[in-house]
Design a protein around this ligand. Structure first.
Ligand SMILES: [Zn+2]
Length: 270
């Protein structure tokens, strides 16, 4: 009896996997996507508002404006890219927002639907607009490549055997919330920081470089940022951003290899 129930669970999970895949833009990779887009957006907007309510926005007008300016330029680049590739519908329901939060944490993230937070603590490492564009382009790339959905789906499958999200939300709200925070790089709030997979990182670097270049920022500056980040590796308490984005020579070498492609976008008239 137990064996057949397990069998049903496995077949169920396999079925979910087969019917629940989507394709990453630009790279064309097939990914697991168990959660309907509309549910992701609703959860995102709710969590984002909760986060803003419980955190202090920066009172520095220049830095706040800089975050919004860089964010809006990357937003336009993303919209342009998707329009050129006949996939603007992928951005339906987006509610772009770019906020700078007062915090010593070295971190930044973008939830589904274009909800971005930059922590003041990372500005010492981004140093300039191109450095900030590197971080924001990369985080926005994770969002438009639906890496959060993918991580959340993987987490649901691993921890709840593919239980439907609606059921999981109703029965285990704390656990689902923890999965969400972990999936979007806010793991510090729930005590677990999960690094993005190497594949997701390479994708986000690739897309991020193209978006920053289309937004008018020199993609070569991304190498400088990641080198500054990698210097923090030996620090007593390594930054949150470094825990979710392990930085090493391989990453920097891959970024350098992507520069000629990104430079073609930088050179195009805007
Ligand atoms: Zn990343």
């Amino acid at each position: 009896m137990k064996a057949s129930r397990n069998c049903i669970r496995i077949v169920g999970a396999l079925f979910l996997f087969l019917v629940s895949c989507s394709t990453v833009p630009i790279t064309g990779r097939t990914q697991l996507d168990l959660i309907p887009g509309s549910t992701m957006l609703a959860m995102s907007f709710q969590e984002y508002n909760e986060f803003l309510k419980s955190h202090k926005l920066s009172t520095n007008p220049e830095q706040t404006q800089m975050v919004k300016r860089v964010g809006e330029r990357i937003q336009r680049a993303v919209e342009q890219y998707f329009a050129q590739n006949q996939s603007s519908h992928e951005l339906d329901g987006y509610g772009w927002e770019f906020n700078l939060v007062e915090s010593d944490e070295v971190n930044a993230w973008c939830m589904s639907g274009g909800k971005v937070v930059v922590y003041t603590g990372i500005l010492a490492i981004t140093q300039n607009e191109a450095g900030l564009a590197t971080v924001m382009g990369h985080e926005i790339a994770h969002a438009v490549a639906k890496h959060g959905n993918e991580r959340m789906s993987q987490g649901l499958l691993a921890q709840m055997g593919g239980t439907a999200l609606s059921v999981a939300l109703a029965q285990k709200p704390q656990q689902t919330r923890g999965l969400w925070m972990t999936a979007f790089g806010l793991g510090a709030e729930v005590g677990v920081l999960l690094p993005y997979s190497r594949l997701q990182e390479t994708e986000a670097d690739h897309l991020g470089l193209i978006f920053m270049a289309m937004a008018g920022y020199d993609p070569n500056k991304a190498v400088d940022f990641w080198q500054r980040m990698s210097e923090k590796k030996g620090a007593k308490s390594p930054p949150e951003f470094l825990s979710t984005h392990p930085t090493d020579e391989t990453r920097i070498r891959k970024i350098k290899a992507l520069l000629p492609e990104a430079m073609q976008y930088y050179a195009r008239p805007r």
